[in-house]
Design a protein around this ligand. Structure first.
Ligand SMILES: C[S@@+](CC[C@H](N)C(=O)[O-])C[C@H]1O[C@@H](n2cnc3c(N)ncnc32)[C@H](O)[C@@H]1O
Length: 375
């Protein structure tokens, strides 16, 4: 389900640049004196879970600010900003500054360009952040002459190249209410890109979505947890990063998937805490009521599986999970094959209560996620 982020613009100036004079992280400034706001990119359909993580972990250190976007949470944060780097349900962390200008062209003034450069530097000066080696713009009209001139000025002052296609630092420009909002992504990659991912298995789940699914199981230390159809182990690793479990099991029918899980679990340091089993989701090698919580990212029938066979596979899987899940236990299940899951959910009403359902919007994909409780 991974898709490469689209990069806007086509102009690159970095070939003509002298070697970088300094890294942005070396520029010292004091963010405390600048009116910044934090913006947290949270996929539509997961905002409530991301807010719960923020309030659950940081409480009064967060004061939320209204913002019209459905895929971002804006806030002031009075604790150490490093803490925000460990958010597990969010996609990206950004630092925002508002500019009282009507047109981006005004941002070309030396005073405004310096403020944009400072925003970029401050966003990277948080301890533990890997600073970008280049930057790109995320803006409507990012290839326009004005934006190119802004890029040239910022490039000169930052000392790292503007690379509109693959820049690993991101500056977002967009109209605000009023004026313009400029936001800089913290670090050289999204929060949802995890260090533990060594193997990029086909159809691997976005780790922040996996983390949201884990939250929907309401994790507890005593859980016997099953990640059925575990693929590369995303839902296993995100569960164990959140909280230890009494038992953690990953089952998949594919040897490649199990090898991917093994490597990722090793990198995460969880090898000893997980049982990986080769097997069919429709014939699970555990006795009845063995699990308190189950999480499954089903084959969507696009790159993995097929729409023709999904209905049969989902039916068999629903029957088996109902057998191995204890009464009152939860199963969080995700797929983009809405027809098949809706059919099977309707057929399984005697076995499962649907306690939550949501559609998650992720760059062109709209997977459906249901949280079920065993009757
Ligand atoms: C969408 S992928 C899961 C990806 C995983 N969440 C990850 O992050 O890598 C679905 C997985 O279901 C597995 N699968 C398909 N049919 C299966 C079956 N009958 N029993 C067990 N696993 C099955 C596939 O091998 C694949 O790894």
């Amino acid at each position: 389900m991974k898709k490469k982020p689209s990069r806007r613009g086509s102009h690159s100036t970095h070939k003509h640049l002298p070697p970088p004079k300094r890294r942005p992280s070396q520029k010292k400034s004091s963010p405390g004196t600048v009116p910044y706001v934090w913006a947290i990119a949270a996929l539509e359909g997961t905002q409530d879970i991301v807010r719960d993580e923020l309030t659950g972990r940081f409480g009064k250190s967060c004061s939320f600010i209204d913002h019209p976007r459905n895929d971002e949470i804006h806030l002031r944060f009075t604790d150490d900003p490093r803490e925000l780097l460990s958010l597990s349900t969010a996609q990206t962390l950004l630092l925002r500054r508002d500019f009282d200008v009507i047109r981006p062209r005004t941002l070309l003034s030396p005073e405004h360009t310096a403020a944009v450069v400072r925003l970029f530097s401050d966003a990277q000066n948080i301890k533990g952040v890997s600073p970008p080696a280049s930057f790109r713009f995320d803006a409507a009209g990012s290839g326009s002459p004005t934006m190119r001139r802004i890029a040239e000025q910022v490039e000169k002052q930052l000392g790292i190249p503007f690379d509109p296609e693959t820049g690993d630092g991101v500056l977002v420009f967009r109209p605000g209410k009023p004026g313009w909002e400029v936001m800089c992504r913290v670090g050289n990659r999204p929060l949802a890109t995890r260090d533990w991912r060594r193997v990029n298995y086909l159809g691997s789940l976005n780790a922040a979505i996996a983390s949201c699914m884990v939250e929907l199981t309401r994790p507890a230390r005593g859980d016997r947890y099953l990640n059925l159809m575990c693929g590369s182990g995303t839902l296993l690793i995100e569960r164990l990063r959140r909280l230890q479990a009494q038992l953690a099991v990953g089952i998949d029918i594919s040897d490649d998937a199990l090898t991917a899980s093994k490597h990722n679990l090793e990198a995460a340091g969880f090898t000893d805490r997980v049982r990986l089993i080769s097997g069919d989701a429709q014939d699970i090698c555990f006795p009845d009521a063995s699990f308190d919580a189950i999480a499954t990212d089903l084959p969507w029938g696009e790159r993995l599986g097929s729409r023709e066979t999904n209905l049969t596979l989902y039916r068999g899987t629903f029957k088996e999970t109902a057998r191995v899940c204890r009464a009152g236990g939860k199963w969080v299940v995700l797929t983009q094959d809405i027809d098949s899951i809706r059919t099977v959910l309707a057929e399984a009403q005697d076995l499962w209560n649907v306690i939550d359902e949501r559609t998650i919007l992720q760059r062109g994909y709209q997977p459906f996620c249901a949280t079920l409780q065993r009757k």
